[in-house]
Design a binder for this molecule. Structure first.
Ligand code: BG6
Length: 489
């Protein structure tokens, strides 16, 4: 059984309290922490949005969302108690004259309890909301603000948001969330690397041939066309989730688990990423956009047809990048990143491909060398592929098989969703799994360079049929290096 240590009582206000993220993730995450007894009864949850609604109506919205997210584990008795701590205040975040006092009055007056403001709105509202909170006297003491991604659309807009937020909140009050850092398997990456003596001596260009990081999704736009068409896969997935996975794989061991130690090591990796230039854009990256195809046996529309007002679009739904980290540990080891929508299946893996043993005793069968595969989702696992002798007489046959640590078999429990863990970390004031300002900006700096390289070289997305693994160019990116994307057989 997992142990859940209750947090201290807290107040949380969710801006965008009726939006998609709140309904799919935030409200169910709080409900599940409540069911597990982690949230004290005298805590307060306040949803805010522009629409007029009272507490009862908000509770009905939240109930539908939590019931849907819980499926079979829905607990009606727990809900009856949980809904009593749920409230709603109508606020237009763009209006400093709005009912900010009304919001304040819903919160407990104790100064010394954590007061969390979760901004699940469009990022262009972040600064206005923070200023209004400051003006009404809600930014002091243990107040904390959580900023959802994306923080801006490029370095300049991210800096403007960070500057505006910093007028009101100190850096240690700002929790920039990347929900990938709350995933069990992503956290396990650090444990795997730094709690075992086995891997670290091999973890460098001395023994690693290359690394692959894939986050493949089989779904399409899911009603987020407006946001996505302005963003694209590079800003939506690479700037944050993919680069965070790369940092955790490549960073030096931190001195301890102190938040700044970990974040300082991650930022060193971001700074060591070699910029992609105009001349390199087509050699080192692939841009794709899905066309009509087949998903789960059914015909599905292409990206452009899925947009709410179909028109031409140059937004990429797939990116592959051969990234290079210019430092002592990693020079010469490519990190191949790949992410896309409407791919053949949903799976996220980090594959560490080791080099061959220096001397070949076993002839051609020696082909498959060691690899460590970290399956982040859906069927979480760690697999270490080793060469073994196939049993039987008559010759020595060598085969590559995995030592297989499956999470489902090893731990028979429901893993908390990433947001559950991260929300409790905000209450505890633990910043380790949140991004520091300089980290977000360093990631944007590299991504901005790549966007510029695409623009100046005129590199437009290449199409791929929905339900496949991206454009041909993606396979060729690997093929040119005599490598291929790993696929579970
Ligand atoms: C979000 C992106 O941050 O992550 C989405 O905006 C993407 O486009 C999602 O679908 C993927 O998250 P997960 O946890 O389902 O892998």
């Amino acid at each position: 059984m997992a142990k859940f240590v209750p947090v201290e009582p807290f107040d949380i206000v969710i801006f965008g309290g009726t939006g998609d993220l709140s309904r799919r993730k935030l409200l169910p995450a709080l409900y599940h922490r409540w069911v597990d007894g982690q949230i004290p009864e005298n805590s307060t949850i306040v949803g805010t949005a522009r629409s007029d609604m009272d507490d009862a109506a908000y509770r009905a919205v939240a109930k539908e969302a939590c019931e849907k997210a819980s499926g079979k584990s829905w607990d009606a008795d727990a809900w009856d108690k949980f809904e009593k701590i749920l409230h709603y205040v109508t606020i237009d975040a763009t209006n400093p004259e709005g009912d900010w006092e009304g919001l304040k009055s819903k919160m407990t007056s104790e100064e010394e309890r954590p007061r969390i403001f979760y901004l699940a709105t469009s990022p262009h509202l972040y600064v206005d909301i923070c200023r209004a909170l400051g003006a009404v006297g809600l930014s002091g003491g243990l107040s904390r603000v959580v900023l959802e991604k994306p923080i801006g659309t490029d370095l300049a807009s991210a800096q403007a948001i960070n500057d505006g937020v910093a007028e009101v909140f100190a850096e240690r009050q700002v929790f920039r969330i990347d929900h990938y850092l709350g995933k069990e398997t992503v956290q396990n990456l650090m444990v795997l690397r730094f709690a075992n003596i086995l891997f670290e001596p091999l973890w460098s260009q001395n023994y690693i041939d290359h690394v692959q990081i894939t986050v493949a999704e089989d779904l399409g736009l899911e009603g987020r066309a407006d946001y996505y068409d302005r963003s694209g896969a590079l800003r939506d997935m690479v700037q944050n989730h993919m680069l965070q996975l790369l940092c955790l794989t490549a960073m030096e061991p931190p001195n301890d688990l102190d938040d700044d130690d970990i974040r300082t090591e991650k930022i060193k990796v971001l700074k060591a990423l070699r910029p992609v230039t105009e001349a390199d854009a087509r050699r080192l990256t692939v841009r794709g956009q899905y066309a009509a195809g087949i998903h789960a046996g059914q015909p599905v529309k292409g990206y452009v047809e899925e947009l709410s007002a179909p028109k031409g679009s140059k937004t990429e739904t797939f990116v592959a990048i051969k990234a290079e980290i210019s430092n002592w540990r990693w020079t010469g080891v490519p990190f191949y990143l790949r992410t896309g929508k409407r791919m053949s299946s949903r799976h996220s893996d980090i594959v560490i491909q080791f080099k061959r043993a220096p001397h070949n005793l076993f002839g051609e069968q020696f082909g498959n060398v060691n690899k460590l595969v970290i399956r982040l989702q859906p069927d979480e696992a760690v697999r270490l592929y080793v060469q073994i002798k196939e049993p039987g007489p008559g010759g020595l046959r060598v085969k590559s098989l995995p030592l297989n640590l499956s999470y489902a078999e090893s731990f028979m429990l429901r893993y908390p969703d990433a947001y559950e863990r991260l929300l409790m970390d905000v209450v505890r004031g633990n910043l380790s799994l949140f991004m520091r300002r300089d980290e977000v900006e360093a990631a944007w700096r590299w991504v901005d360079g790549l966007i510029e390289a695409w623009e100046t070289s005129g590199y437009e997305p290449e199409t791929y049929p929905a339900g496949t693994d991206g454009p041909m160019a993606s396979a060729m990116l690997m093929d040119r290096d005599n490598r291929s994307w790993w696929k579970e057989s």
